[in-house]
Write a protein that binds this ligand. Structure first.
Ligand code: GAR
Length: 188
């Protein structure tokens, strides 16, 4: 059965949604969640979901130990679900075309360093964008610049609060992220 490892830094609602999706289907397993934040909401979720969780600090990350651990876990796909640290080149090279990320906007707009979570939605609002959405993409050495796998859009009236934009984007994430992961694993 294909295996996924999820990296997450935050609340972990996408991680939970992906895990629940595949638990029901019983065709792909999420073998572990890795987090770099000891306050991350995803830690509490991992207990409820009965999914192994590993915390690492920046010294482990910067010294290649997380890459080594991922090699040990040997996943078919590494999924960044709200993981807010730049992936080092050595990790990208160790897993060519096996690391994917979800970005909460329509790249190439509103990506790059510092663009995560509500910062992205605030930029979308400030720019008076008529639409926003999600981008699922391969991870390369540059923030939010890897090849795009899939995008989905939602239109905006211009009157939404940042929280309302975030909500609309989360709905797209929950609907499409597991489906795209499933497609990638089943069809390469
Ligand atoms: C998601 O909206 C994801 O797209 C975003 O963080 C959120 C995590 O929510 N990722 C980024 O901004 C990456 N630049 P979650 O922890 O509830 O899944």
């Amino acid at each position: 059965m294909p295996k996924i490892v999820i990296l997450a830094s935050g609340s972990g609602s996408n991680a939970e949604n992906i895990i629940s999706f595949f638990k029901e289907k019983n065709e792909i397993t999420v073998s572990a969640i890795l987090t770099n934040r000891k306050e991350a909401g995803v830690i509490g979720r991992s207990f409820r979901l009965q999914t192994p969780l590993f915390y690492f600090n920046k010294f482990a990350f910067e010294n290649g130990m997380v890459t080594d651990f991922l090699k040990y876990l040997n996943p078919d796909l590494i999924v960044l679900a709200g993981f807010l640290v730049k992936i080092p080149t050595s990790m990208v090279q160790a897993f060519p075309n096996k690391i994917i990320n979800i970005h909460p906007a329509l790249l190439p707009k509103h990506g790059g360093k510092g663009m995560f979570g509500n910062n992205v939605h605030q930029a979308v609002k400030d720019n008076k964008e008529p639409e926003t959405g999600i981008t699922i993409h391969y991870v390369n050495e540059d923030y939010d610049e890897g090849a795009i796998i899939y995008q989905a859009k939602v239109s905006l009236t211009g009157n939404e609060t940042v929280e309302e934009i975030a909500h609309k984007v989360h709905q797209l994430e929950y609907k499409y992220f597991p489906e795209i992961i499933e497609k990638l694993l089943n069809h390469g």
